[in-house]
Each structure stands twice: as C-alpha cells, then as structure tokens.
Design a protein around this ligand. Structure first.
Ligand code: F6R
Length: 369
C-alpha cells in the first residue's frame, strides 16, 4: 500500500504532481476561464463580498496565509487569515457580506469547526476547502471546494497542502473573474500558468537528491532557521513546522524583513539558515532585499541554504547550498518552493532515526479544541 516507498510521506510527496493536476481538473475550461459552479455561491453574492476571512490550523493555516496575498492582489477585497483557535475568542467582526474560508484536510479539526460555526452564527457565508468528502466541516458550511489529493496517511501534511494552495488560488482567481478587477489580463495568464504547474512540481521532485544529501549532513544540528518574504514567509513557516514535527529539531520561520528587529541575534557560526528567495522578475525590490539579508547572515557565519529561481545568478555567490526551483509567477512560487522543504524534513527525520509517518505526540486529525 506504500507503493514501494519506505514511508507514506515519501509516497505522498511523490504524488503531488498528480494531486495538483487532479485538483485543477475540470475547473478550467478550454477558453482559460474558471468554472467553479460546484461552489454554488451565486456570482451576485460573491460580487457583494466586502471582506474575506480565512480560518485554519497548522499547515492549512500556512496555505491560508498565502491565499491572503493572492486574494488581496487579484480581487482587491480585504482579506485576513487567522488561526482558527484564536478566531472566535476575540469577538471578530463579521456580517452577511463577509466570506469566511475554512481550510481543512481532514474536515474534522475541532478548532476550525468551532470557528466556522461562530462565523455562521454571525451571518457570514462559509466556504470550506476540504480533502475529505462528507466530513463535518464541509457538511456544516454553505459551500465546499474539494481538494483532490486522495487520502493522506502520513501525519505530516504534504500533498494536501499543495492542493489547498491550488484551491485557494482557484477561489482567488474566481473572485477576481466574477468581480472583473483591473488584473483581468494577469488573471488569465496566471490561470494558464497554473495549468502547467503540476509539471513544474514534477521537475522539482526530479532534482531532490542533493537536498537529501544536504539534510543528512545536518542531522546533528540543534537549530535550523527559515527566512522568507511575501509568499515566501508562510513557506518558511511551513518548512519550520515540518522540521519540528518530523525531525524534533528546534526550527523557526521568520519574515526576512524582521531579522534586524531581533532574530539576527540568533545567527552564529554554522547555524543552517534556509532562505526562500522571491523571483527576480516581478516584485524585484523584494528579491534585492532578501539578497542583502543573505549577505548579512552569511557575514555572521550562517550556513546559507538558498532556494531560488533557476537562472537567478545574483544569489549564487552567497549560497553555501543552492536549491533551484522552476520559474513561476511570484504568487504561485509556494507550490514549487515548499517541495524541497518537505523532502529536507523527511530526510532529516530519517537520518535522526525518527518515525516519519507517525511523529511522537501527534495525531492526524485533531478533534479536540
Ligand atoms: C502539519 C499538519 C497539521 C494540520 C492541522 C490541520 O503537517 O498536518 O498542522 O495541517 O492539524 O489539519 P486539517 O487540515 O485536517 O484541519
């Protein structure tokens, strides 16, 4: 049942191109428009939405953080992403024109369920993004967009995360499409690029041997830090979460711009720092700022592990280890940038003799608050 792999997690990492393609299947028509009629929230209602609020936990929360960048950029609707466990205890402001998106692989996470119940009590419409047919969260929502990752057995979420991202992009682009924002052309071109993305995830998987080798050399480290900006920031958080839960190592993700406000004090000789570099095209200011962050930490002795777009020559001189990923639109980069971090964490866990599919103290779905 592990299909020749040692662990379910390895199998599920390898299944990601298919999971991504399956989640897109039938949702983009031949003319390159999105067809999400299955969501069954009328376009007239979506046009009236004044605020989007995303609630989720753990890895699904990281997908939601990335969705915020996409939704605000493509739709110009204010969007906030909040941990489901924090959400309802702070008396959030919601009304009939708020669209709440609850993201959950299992559809049974109690914190997320309680958050969506609270949102519906306040009159908000709730759209679930879920991987499990007929589970509680979609049953209790107004609408659902299923991810088609197939069953995820390993406790650490991998293919479900990538498909959650795909579903979030679809929702963001669809909102942009029905509301007709000024980004119409960009939306069409991103839809096209999204249809190619499964192939690019596959390309990343083909080049992971050096990442595994690198991971094995770090098995005796105590700490690994992760830095990113813009959508690379949630990717950094996700890389750190995978490492904590699988390798039981201290790992932290930071927004690279925050380094100088404190975390740079953690940089000492040989501490591994993984940096997710945004594309040098598009929002190039971000790219240049992160390159100077890499220089700063390297000058203080950090061992830099740099994830950058193929052909980005500017980072090579400061990278002790360079991991190249395919060229994608900025907002889609998390789909390819997360994969090396999953492989990295899985290999480190193995090197440290940990149980990959069943990390200590964790359960696949958390049905208590
Ligand atoms: C991390 C992980 C957890 C889940 C979280 C939410 O690898 O798997 O952080 O993402 O417990 O679970 P779902 O998506 O089922 O609501």
């Amino acid at each position: 049942e592990k299909g020749g792999y040692d662990y379910f997690m390895l199998k599920e990492i390898a299944e990601q191109p298919k999971a991504v393609a399956d989640t897109l299947l039938g949702r983009i028509d031949l003319a390159g428009n999105l067809c999400l009629d299955e969501v069954r929230i009328p376009a007239s209602v979506l046009r009236e939405v004044t605020k989007v609020v995303i609630v989720a936990c753990g890895t699904a929360y990281h997908a939601g953080m990335i969705a915020k960048y996409a939704i605000e950029h493509w739709t110009r609707i204010p969007c906030e992403t909040e941990l489901a466990s924090e959400f309802r205890y702070r008396d959030p402001i919601l009304d009939q024109r708020t669209l709440v998106i609850a993201i959950s692989q299992s559809g049974e996470t109690m914190d997320t369920l309680m958050a969506l119940r609270h949102a519906r009590e306040q009159g908000a419409k709730v759209l679930a993004i879920c991987n499990t047919n007929g589970s509680t969260i979609p049953r209790e929502s107004d609408a659902v967009l299923y991810t088609h990752a197939g069953p995820e057995v390993a406790v650490a979420s991998t293919k479900a995360f990538l498909t959650q991202l795909v579903a979030c992009y679809l929702v963001a682009l669809y909102l942009g499409q029905v509301r007709g924002t000024k980004w119409g052309d960009e939306i069409l071109s991103v839809i096209r690029e999204l249809s190619e993305i499964a192939t690019q995830v596959d390309e990343v998987l083909e080049t992971m041997e050096p990442v595994r080798e690198l991971a094995r050399t770090l098995a005796d480290k105590n700490t690994v830090l992760f830095l990113g900006r813009h959508v690379g920031f949630p990717v950094a958080l996700e890389g750190a979460l995978k490492l904590k839960e699988l390798a039981y190592m201290h790992a932290e993700g930071f927004a690279a711009g925050e380094l100088k406000h404190g975390p740079i004090a953690l940089i000492e000789q040989d501490v591994p720092v993984v940096v997710v570099v945004p594309s040098p095209r598009g929002r190039s200011v971000l790219h240049d700022k992160i390159v100077s962050n890499i220089q700063e930490i390297r000058a203080r002795g950090a061992r830099t592990i740099v994830i950058a777009e193929r052909g980005d020559a500017s980072v090579a001189p400061y990278a002790d280890h360079l991991i190249e990923i395919p060229v994608t639109p900025t907002l889609l980069q998390p789909l390819v940038a997360t994969v090396p971090l999953q492989v990295f964490a899985c290999e480190l866990a193995t090197a440290r003799g940990n149980e990959v599919d069943q990390p200590r103290n964790l359960a696949k779905s958390v049905t208590v608050e």
